[in-house]
Design a protein around this ligand. Structure first.
Ligand SMILES: [Zn+2]
Length: 382
C-alpha cells in the first residue's frame, strides 16, 4: 500500500505539472493513456473528441461496467500574484499536494487510476469490468461527457464521479438554468431625465425585492435551497449621456424544487407592477436538456434509498474503515450529462469541494490513501 500510494502521489504531481486548460487537454490525455498502458491495463483508447479511456477486465464480464470518471481540464489559475505557491509545481507541503487541479480533479483522477493499478499489482481482478474515463471540456459545459454518453457502446451500471466530495458519497446537485428579465423605458438625453422613463430604476426595485423574496423558494432536503442570483446586467445604450431604452438582468438559477414554469411565475410575482418581459428559462450550456415546463429540475439526483447507494456505502466503509455520509454538490458536474446512460451516478473523491477553483487548491495525501482503499474495495466487491 505504501508503494502504491507513493506512485499514486507521484502520478498526481505529474498530472498537475501538465497544464490542461479546456480544449488544450491533448498532452494530459497522452500522459494518462501512457500511464494506463505502462501499468498493464487491458485496453486503452482515445475517442474522436480526445476523451481517454482505459479498461481492466472483471471476473464476470457479463455484468454492466463500473465507470470511474474524471475530467481532464481545469480552470485558469488567474492572477498569479494571488497564489502563495506556483500553481503548476505540485509541491508537497505538510502532507498535501499543492496546485491548480490538485483537488479538482487530478488528485482524485490519480486515485481512480491507481485503485485499478492496485488490484492488478496484487494479482486480483475486479468483480466486473472497470473503465476509467477522462473527459475533456467539463469546465466549459461538458462537451466531452456529452460525446462520451452519445457514443457509449457497452453497458454501465455505476458511474463514480471524481469531483471533490471529501470521501463522502455525493448524490447529486441542483439543476442550472437562466432567465433574462428585461425592463423597458423611454430613452432620452441624460441632461433631461424627466422627459423619459429610465428602466434602471425599475431594475433596482426588482433586485431589492428579489433579495428579500429568496427565502420564499423551497429547499430540497438533500440538494439544498433554490437560489435565483442576478449576474450580468446589460443596457441597450453605449453612450454615457443617454438613458437606456431597456435594461436587462440575467438570473442564474440553481434548483431541485422548481420547474421552468414555477420559476417564471416566481419572477413574475417578484416583479409585480414593474411588468418586465420575462424570457423562457433555458439551460445555459449546450446539450443540457431542460425538463418539460412543469417538471422539477435536477442536475443529477440519486435517491439515498437506492439499493446501490446502500451497497456502495457498506463497501466503502469496509474499504476505508469509516462510513461515508450521503451528501450533495453545490456546483454542477458532468453527472447531469451521464443521465441518458441509465446508470446510477454518484460522486466519491478525496478532494475537498471548497478548495476547488481557489488559489489555495490542494489535496491531502491521507485522504487520497483512504480513497484508494475505498476505491479498491469497490472494485473488488461491486
Ligand atoms: Zn471538477
Amino acid at each position: 500500500m505504501e508503494r502504491l500510494l507513493a506512485d499514486c502521489v507521484n502520478f498526481a504531481q505529474r498530472l498537475i505539472r501538465t497544464p490542461s486548460m479546456p480544449r488544450q487537454e491533448t498532452a494530459l490525455a497522452e500522459l494518462v493513456a501512457n500511464e494506463m498502458r505502462s501499468q498493464g491495463f487491458d485496453e486503452v483508447w482515445l475517442d474522436g473528441l480526445g476523451n481517454v479511456s482505459g479498461r481492466i477486465f472483471g471476473h464476470d464480464r457479463s455484468l454492466g461496467g463500473l465507470v470511474l470518471n474524471s475530467h481532464l481540464d481545469h480552470v485558469d489559475p488567474g492572477d498569479l500574484s494571488l497564489w502563495s505557491f506556483p500553481p503548476y509545481s505540485a509541491e508537497i507541503v505538510d502532507g498535501t499536494i499543492l496546485g491548480r487541479g490538485a483537488c479538482d480533479i487530478k488528485g482524485p483522477l490519480a486515485v481512480q487510476i491507481y485503485s485499478m493499478v492496485g488490484l492488478l499489482r496484487q494479482g486480483q481482478r475486479p468483480r466486473r469490468d472497470v473503465i476509467f474515463t477522462g473527459v475533456v471540456e467539463e469546465e466549459i459545459g461538458g462537451a466531452g461527457a456529452i460525446y462520451w454518453t452519445e457514443n457509449l457502446d457497452y453497458p454501465v451500471d455505476l458511474i463514480v464521479l471524481g469531483e471533490p466530495s471529501s470521501n463522502h458519497i455525493s448524490l447529486g446537485h441542483r439543476g442550472l438554468l437562466q432567465i433574462w428579465v428585461t425592463f423597458s423605458g423611454r430613452s432620452v438625453h441624460a441632461s433631461v431625465p424627466l422627459a423619459g422613463a429610465n428602466p434602471n430604476f425599475a431594475l433596482s426595485i426588482f433586485l431589492n425585492r428579489l433579495k428579500k423574496k429568496q427565502g420564499e423558494l423551497e429547499s430540497h432536503p438533500l440538494l439544498g435551497p433554490t437560489t435565483v442570483t442576478p449576474t450580468i446586467i446589460e443596457v441597450d445604450t453605449v453612450s454615457m449621456n443617454v438613458t437606456p431604452a431597456w435594461t436587462r438582468v440575467l438570473l442564474d438559477i440553481r434548483t431541485a424544487t422548481e420547474s421552468p414554469k414555477s420559476l417564471q411565475s416566481f419572477v413574475r410575482k417578484v416583479a409585480e407592477d414593474l411588468k418586465p418581459a420575462i424570457s423562457d428559462a433555458w439551460a445555459p450550456e449546450p446539450g443540457t436538456p431542460l425538463p418539460e415546463s412543469d417538471e422539477k429540475i435536477f442536475g443529477y439526483y440519486t435517491s439515498p434509498d437506492s439499493e446501490i447507494v446502500g451497497k456502495v456505502r457498506q463497501i466503502l466503509n469496509r474499504g476505508m474503515g469509516w462510513e461515508p455520509e450521503l451528501s450533495s454538490y453545490q456546483f454542477a458536474t458532468d453527472g447531469r450529462h451521464f443521465i441518458p446512460c441509465g446508470a446510477t451516478i454518484i460522486g466519491y473523491s478525496p478532494g475537498e469541494e471548497d478548495l476547488a477553483h481557489t488559489v489555495k487548491e490542494r489535496i491531502a495525501i491521507d485522504m487520497m490513501a483512504d480513497s484508494l482503499r475505498g476505491h479498491m474495495q469497490l472494485l473488488r466487491e461491486f
